[in-house]
Design a binder for this molecule. Structure first.
Ligand code: FEO
Length: 394
């Protein structure tokens, strides 16, 4: 499928309805996704990005319907990750001398992944432009660490489209392509989930980059990311959301995450939830048994929270593997400005609460001293501890 998105610009990507996970199994996909590529036909013809390797032949056949491949004057590669460059080797086999515009870091990632194939690289940086005729230019904007060192965005003057690559994207398949045609609840949720799970580790850089883009006075009329819906209706809304999300974001929410062996720790989790609802009815409470929950959705809820309460029983002088594995991912996301507390049941040695507190500190949370450590199952004394913990957090 190809579809005109504005003036002489068409979408020539691939909607991946069957995709279930991304980054290996590190990111869950519930609503399909897409790898967006774009074709600009002015005096010069330009391809921006490609698609993931398994779809390379579909992509090339589709592209042939839109243009004689030998008429492509330039290829812009905004980012080297395989979901956007997987089709490049097969395409370059057909048009090997076509110039590729990308960052210096992208040359390294492309050659690292696909080998040194003698491609005609043209290295660009912020402010560099490429004349494509009819009074239009492409301007390149370095997007280093959003989310790879090689990332960049490309702005098309005249039509004022920002091809932002991963930034402002969502893992969300939208046949109609545009944000105003998408289910608004899913769109906002998927945009947030994408930001939390992929971009939040670089949140400080997001703020700086948005300021830099604003200072370029680009008059953006459309944001065309490399995944999900294209922002044509009020495109600045996603930039505003990124600004909000990248500055130590939180709502009046507390999220409880735990795992349990014989339900004692689950019982504490439930009592903590009820206590929050009693003491602070305005606070939203979410409860997840991590071994039975989607980790990316849980991370999205923690991002919205002012505090995380984490529980595990003690097992073999440690915490449950489901919890410790998840905490390793929690640390990667570099959440800021959030409080945390720990709880858990034990029968013999009882180390879990202390271990959880240390892990939470290590993950960047401000851990309160109040905790709940229950022998076998929560008792009357523990209910007081739960109340003290909740009072401190709400
Ligand atoms: Fe969509 Fe960083 O790849």
């Amino acid at each position: 499928m190809q579809k005109n998105i504005k003036a002489n610009v068409s979408w020539v990507g691939y909607i991946d309805w069957e995709l279930e996970t991304f980054h290996g199994d590190d990111y869950s996909i519930f609503n399909g996704s897409s790898q967006n590529a774009y074709l600009i036909k002015e005096e010069k013809t330009v391809l921006i990005d490609t698609v993931w390797t398994p779809h390379r032949f579909d992509f090339i056949e589709n592209l042939k319907q839109a243009v004689d491949l030998h008429k492509i004057d330039f290829i812009v590669i905004n980012h080297g990750e395989a979901d956007h460059t997987g089709a490049l080797p097969a395409l370059m086999d057909l048009i090997p001398s076509t110039p590729i515009y990308c960052t210096a870091a992208a040359v390294k990632s492309l050659e690292g992944q696909y080998g040194q194939r003698g491609w005609n690289f043209n290295v660009v940086k912020t402010g560099d432009t490429l004349d494509i005729g009819n009074g239009k230019k492409l301007m390149f904007i370095d997007m280093k660490m959003l989310h790879w060192p090689d990332s960049m965005a490309t702005f098309l003057t005249g039509d004022n489209i920002l091809f932002s690559n991963d930034a402002f994207g969502q893992h969300y398949g939208v046949q109609e392509l545009f944000n105003d045609r998408a289910d608004q609840c899913i769109l906002k949720r998927e945009a947030l989930k994408y930001f939390v799970n992929i971009l939040n580790p670089f949140a400080m850089l997001v703020s700086k980059k948005i300021n830099e883009i604003k200072n370029l006075n680009l008059q953006i009329e459309m944001i065309a990311p490399s995944h999900g819906a294209i922002w044509r209706d009020n495109p600045m809304q996603i930039i505003d959301l990124y600004e909000k999300w990248s500055s130590v974001y939180q709502e009046n929410q507390i999220t409880i995450v735990y795992d349990t062996m014989w339900n004692g720790t689950a019982e504490i989790a439930h009592k903590i939830s009820e206590e929050i609802a009693t003491i602070s009815p305005d606070t939203v409470v979410k409860v997840y048994q991590i071994s039975k929950s989607d980790k990316n959705e849980v991370m999205t809820e923690i991002f919205k929270s002012k505090a995380l309460i984490l529980g595990s029983p003690t097992i073999s002088n440690d915490v449950m593997a489901s919890v410790s594995g998840w905490v390793a991912f929690l640390k990667q996301l570099k959440f800021k400005g959030k409080k945390a507390a720990a709880f858990g049941c034990y029968g013999w040695s009882g180390e879990s609460v202390k271990i959880l507190q240390e892990k939470l500190k290590d993950a960047g949370f401000e851990v309160i001293d109040e905790s709940v450590k229950s022998l076998w199952k929560p008792n009357g004394q523990d209910l007081t501890l739960i109340s003290d913990m909740v009072k401190k957090l709400v």
